[in-house]
Design a protein. Structure first.
Length: 84
């Protein structure tokens, strides 16, 4: 009787060990995949932010009309430029 119970317990432990290993592996692989995608997302957001900042600075330099007007020889003496 004790031998039969020992075999049954051993069989149950093997099944439990298999399922724990199976689901543990799935969880670890899922966490690795999520970590990779989060890393890629953060890098994408960072590069996008840098590109937007670069575009903003280029646009503000290009659209600075006041400096363009005041640097013009004909308009530099206007009242608009003297109000600075």
């Amino acid at each position: 009787m004790d031998e039969q119970v020992a075999r049954q317990l051993t069989r149950q432990l093997k099944v439990i060990n298999f399922w724990i290993t199976f689901f543990g592996t799935i969880i670890v692989v899922t966490l690795l995949i999520l970590g990779f995608f989060i890393f890629k997302m953060v890098m994408f957001v960072r590069s996008t932010e840098e590109k937007i900042t670069k575009i903003q600075t280029q646009t503000s330099q290009t659209l600075n009309v006041k400096n363009d007007i005041c640097n013009n020889k004909l308009l530099s003496g206007s009242s608009y430029c003297k109000q600075q």
